[in-house]
Design a protein around this ligand. Structure first.
Ligand code: UDP
Length: 354
């Protein structure tokens, strides 16, 4: 299946939220893509539109296992390996913490060896979680972080920190070319409704008229990057030919309080949902905003999609999925948004057009 001079990428985590958007963007560039996923949080649904795409193939496998024979046999030639394989929302990565840690450590180890065997360039999708609950604000790549190594977030945070270590040692040992992206909070269509993150929760709750859950006071901050912007940054980083080899923050520096995000979702959906306050999870970072000076300078990258625009697109996607799912339910189980919200007829607006 390989042709000379053809770009062939392996996207580990290809059925996930970001992985599936990255796959689409690489295919749009004319590349061939092999997606690999264990479908723990990735979904076939995210790739269904590629069923008839001859330049795309999907392998079901877990990166904690040695790569399947299909990727190691002589006829297979990869030019790029993107490692996005890992559950990334706190409830999902904490559901099986040991597997989360192994996914980052053993999985990255396997994929680095695979990249070396193919002489392929490697990119690790790391995370802003490597900064933990940061004591430096905004977070620059030079900051070493403030992570609790024994807390419930450690399986993800320490796993990604170890994955970075493995990647930099691989590069220092001259085994191959490697890059590390530290991804800050990202949102957009194809997030799972049950992801448990603030954007997906707030939109799902608003659309179904349920209370919007805010953990803690809602004064903690995050900076939300639209998925298309993030994917553009990942591709630029992978294709970058300059000398810079440090980790690079990719995220939108527009910082806001979590309760302000909820207010925006309420406004854009026109919901009657109330806010319901819940306890703040353990080790929940209080502030987070990327310093993206390096990404701007080295990659010429800066996010383009403002939050209200990205939120409208995401809300439209969630509304469409909810409508499709409702249409598949037997009539007796259907509950309209109006019934759930208790809003009088005519008072529920749909999502505003993007
Ligand atoms: N959060 C919230 N309500 C929710 C889900 C999350 O208030 O329904 C808070 C969470 O405690 C955190 C912020 O929103 O302070 C972002 O959480 P998320 O899980 O989206 O990502 P994180 O940055 O924590 O990985």
């Amino acid at each position: 299946m390989a042709y000379a001079n053809e770009n062939i990428a392996l996207v580990a985590g290809g059925a996930g939220f970001i992985g599936s958007h990255l796959t689409d963007a690489l295919l749009a560039r004319g590349w061939r893509v092999l997606g690999l996923d264990n479908f723990i949080t990735g979904r076939y649904e995210n790739l269904r539109h590629l069923e008839r795409e001859p330049r795309f193939d999907l392998i079901e496998a877990d990166v904690t296992d040695p790569p399947p024979a299909r990727l190691t046999r002589s006829g297979c030639r990869l030019s790029y390996v993107f490692n996005l394989a890992c559950a990334a929302s706190p409830p999902h990565y904490q559901a099986n913490p040991e597997h989360t840690l192994m996914t980052s450590v053993v999985g990255t180890h396997h994929l680095l060896a695979l990249a070396q065997a193919h002489a392929a360039r490697f990119l690790l999708a790391s995370t802003s979680e490597v900064y933990g609950d940061p004591q430096v604000h905004p977070q620059q790549e030079s900051y070493w972080g403030h992570v609790n190594p024994t807390g419930p977030r450690a399986c993800y945070d320490e796993g990604k920190r170890a994955a970075e270590t493995l990647t930099f040692d691989y590069f220092r040992a001259k085994r191959g070319d490697a890059r590390v992206a530290r991804i800050f909070n990202t949102y957009g269509p194809r997030m799972r409704a049950d992801d448990g993150r603030v954007v997906s929760n707030a939109i799902t709750q608003a659309l179904s008229g349920d209370d919007i859950t805010i953990y803690g006071s809602g004064d903690q901050t995050r900076s939300f990057c639209y998925v298309d912007d993030l994917v553009e940054g990942l591709i630029r980083l992978m294709l970058h030919e300059g000398d810079y080899r440090g980790a690079i923050n990719l995220g939108n520096p527009a910082e806001l309080k979590v309760k302000e995000l909820a207010e925006q979702v309420v406004r854009l959906t026109g919901t009657h949902s109330a806010i319901s306050y819940r306890p703040l999870p353990v080790d929940d970072p209080r502030r987070r905003r990327p310093d993206i000076s390096i990404a701007r300078k080295v990659l010429g990258w800066t996010p383009q999609v403002p939050l209200p625009v990205g939120l409208k697109r995401t809300i439209a996607h969630f509304a469409e999925v909810a409508a499709r799912e409702a249409a598949q339910l037997p009539l007796t189980k259907r509950r309209t948004r109006r019934e759930k919200s208790g809003a009088p007829a005519g008072e529920l607006r749909g999502p505003a057009a993007g």
